[in-house]
Design a protein around this ligand. Structure first.
Ligand SMILES: [Zn+2]
Length: 178
């Protein structure tokens, strides 16, 4: 599967302040998730920070962790917030978003999330439950979160471009399991 690799675009001082933090726990099986939730029981109620790393793996960190720390400073295929829910003994995804102001990934990073969740033995929902549209204003340079389809810069009122334009991203090939 061909996916985009996104580079960290957040503040340099944040990247530096978490440079020695451990990366998020790699999750490749249902057992990994259970082990992680046992160590982080609050995550079921309040959710977790996640990234999908360049190997296509889900990585989890406690909520309010910096995405760049969760990613070990590396590029990511997707990033956002994720909350699991137990329903009838089954672990499912209650909420998942691409909300990461550190990476500002485009909404089509969903493909990487679905792949990683499937690999971890969790049935992915049909898409993000909360989708964030990031655009950079080509007039003033500020980054915007587009609200309700209103493609206008909140800082200078200029129109925002239709296509994702936050920063550099590159196409990479990720092997699908099986
Ligand atoms: Zn602007």
């Amino acid at each position: 599967m061909d996916l985009y690799a996104y580079t960290y675009v957040g503040p340099e001082e944040i990247r530096r302040s978490v440079a020695t933090f451990p990366a998020g726990a790699p999750i490749v099986s249902a057992r990994d998730i259970e082990a992680w939730l046992t160590c982080h029981p609050d995550a079921l109620a309040e959710g977790a920070t996640y990234v999908i790393d360049l190997q296509g793996r889900l990585r989890l960190a406690p909520r309010r962790s910096e995405h760049v720390a969760c990613a070990g400073g590396e590029e990511i295929l997707a990033a956002g917030e994720l909350r699991f829910r137990r329903a009838g003994g089954q672990l499912t995804v209650a909420e998942v978003s691409n909300q990461s102001t550190g990476y500002c990934p485009d909404t089509d990073c969903w493909a990487a999330v679905a792949l990683a969740l499937g690999q971890a033995g969790v049935n992915p929902p049909s898409g993000f439950t909360h989708e964030v549209i990031f655009r950079r204003c080509t007039h003033c340079g500020e980054r915007n979160l587009v609200k309700e389809g209103w493609f206008v810069c909140v800082f200078c009122d200029a129109d925002l471009p239709a296509g994702w334009n936050i920063g550099p991203r590159r196409r990479i090939h990720v092997k699908e399991p099986g």
